[in-house]
Design a binder for this molecule. Structure first.
Ligand SMILES: *Cc1c(COP(=O)(O)O)cnc(C)c1O
Length: 404
């Protein structure tokens, strides 16, 4: 088996090896084909590309810095650590890269209504933001449990003019929100575009979202060459559906010297229903339009998941990651809730950066690995988002109280 990933993936049918594809009801086949055709046309349209890079620069705040984490590096005493600062983007996470790309596409297709699912609320906020910008009606589906643990983001979406639908089915988290969004899309597909928030779902979503997010890796590559005059030795990113990770990894896939680690949510540990580490207990299956690694029981029923971080709390992983896992091009590990919380506090107090709980999983991994590496080694950690949304949830867990 080749150690080098095929960067031409997916094939024309949307498959990454045995993963990916398009497993949807018949009524969605035509809209997906229409989206695919328009997306590939837009990729070759210089006017579209110019418009996208204008808004990414002027509105979103790209390029984001590749920041040398001096105190964290010194404290860990090993590899030199750089942080890719997606947390500095407008709305506070990498999600806006994809939301901006897709809303420009929706406008191009003449759609007047936008829908999206959201877990931690970051994708919902990004989608509500770009919808407000361009004056399109916006409906966000969010699990009732997530609405509660990410209340700040619910208020932000409403302030931006979006309707937020609290989904009370099943586990009341991200999976159920995706189901509702797909149901809405089937019903309203003529004038509605579904802005899916991660590198998941039916073709062309995984390839389209990856390509809207690859700007993270393209910038990081250029910035590292400028700063250190060579490529990094290791890339680390957290993996929910997989968009921030594939965005960082993709432009380095053919650089065989660059190792990559994806960090899933280990929750309370690798026991059934206590985590969301699909590569540690998952198996091949189909969920929400695509074929990938899924946490399921022996009857193919989707298992419950747990993570302290809503954005990583999902039973399936993007098909390109399943392929890169099979190819052994990327290593997948996990961080438990406890390790993520410790990393969250450490980054805040050593670097003055409060990371998103999702990103704290990647930070936990560099804390474990950097001390075992040489001082000449270069690591990039993708700081996918900032932690404001998580402050109220973390404070009681680390024993913080308001002054009396
Ligand atoms: C949504 C989110 C994630 C997880 O989604 P991916 O598609 O795996 O990137 C990670 N970090 C932050 C800050 C998020 O908002």
């Amino acid at each position: 088996m080749s150690a080098v990933a095929d960067i031409n993936m997916p094939d024309v049918t949307g498959h990454f090896g045995p993963f990916g594809g398009r497993y949807v009801p018949e009524t969605l086949m035509h809209p997906l084909q229409e989206l695919e055709a328009e997306y590939f046309r837009s990729q070759h349209d210089p006017e579209f590309q110019q418009e996208l890079s204008y808004y990414l620069r002027e509105f979103c705040g790209r390029p984001t810095p590749l920041y040398f984490a001096e105190r964290l590096t010194r404290e860990l005493g090993g590899a030199k650590i750089y942080l890719k600062r997606e947390d500095l983007l407008h709305t506070g996470a990498h999600k806006i890269n994809n939301a901006m790309g897709q809303i420009l596409l929706a406008k191009r297709m003449g759609k007047t209504r936008i829908i999206a699912e959201t877990g931690a609320g970051q994708h919902g906020v990004a989608t509500a933001t770009v919808s407000a910008m361009f004056g399109l009606k916006c409906v966000i589906y969010m699990g009732a449990v997530d609405c509660e643990r990410q209340a700040l983001n619910v208020y932000r979406m409403k302030m931006l003019g979006a309707e937020v639908v609290s989904v009370k089915a099943g586990q009341q988290t991200l999976k159920e929100a995706v189901n509702e969004a797909m149901r809405d899309w089937v019903t309203n597909v003529r004038h509605t575009h579904y802005i899916l928030g991660t590198a998941y779902g039916a073709h062309p979503y995984p390839v389209m979202v990856r390509n809207f997010q690859r700007i993270i890796g393209d910038e990081a590559r250029r910035q590292m060459l400028e700063k250190e005059e060579r490529l990094p030795d290791l890339l680390i990113a957290c993996v929910g559906g997989g968009s921030n990770a594939i965005g960082l990894f993709y432009p380095f896939l053919n650089d065989t010297s660059v190792k990559m680690v994806g960090v899933e949510a280990g929750g309370l540990g690798i026991m059934p229903e206590q985590h969301a580490a699909r590569f540690h207990g998952g198996s091949l299956g189909v969920l929400q339009g695509t074929r990938s690694f899924i946490l399921q029981d022996t009857f193919g029923q989707i298992q419950l998941t747990h993570s302290v971080s809503a954005g990583l709390d999902y039973a399936a992983v993007g098909p390109e990651h399943a392929w890169l896992h099979d190819q052994k091009r990327v290593e997948y590990t996990y961080a438990t809730d406890d390790r993520a919380l410790a990393a969250f506090m450490k980054l805040a107090q050593l670097e003055g950066i409060i990371p998103a709980l999702e990103s704290a999983h990647a930070v936990a991994e560099v804390i474990a690995r950097a001390p075992t590496m040489s001082k000449d080694d270069l690591v990039i950690v993708n700081l996918s988002g900032r932690g404001d949304k998580d402050v109220a949830q973390v404070a009681p867990k680390v024993g913080l109280q308001l002054p009396k």
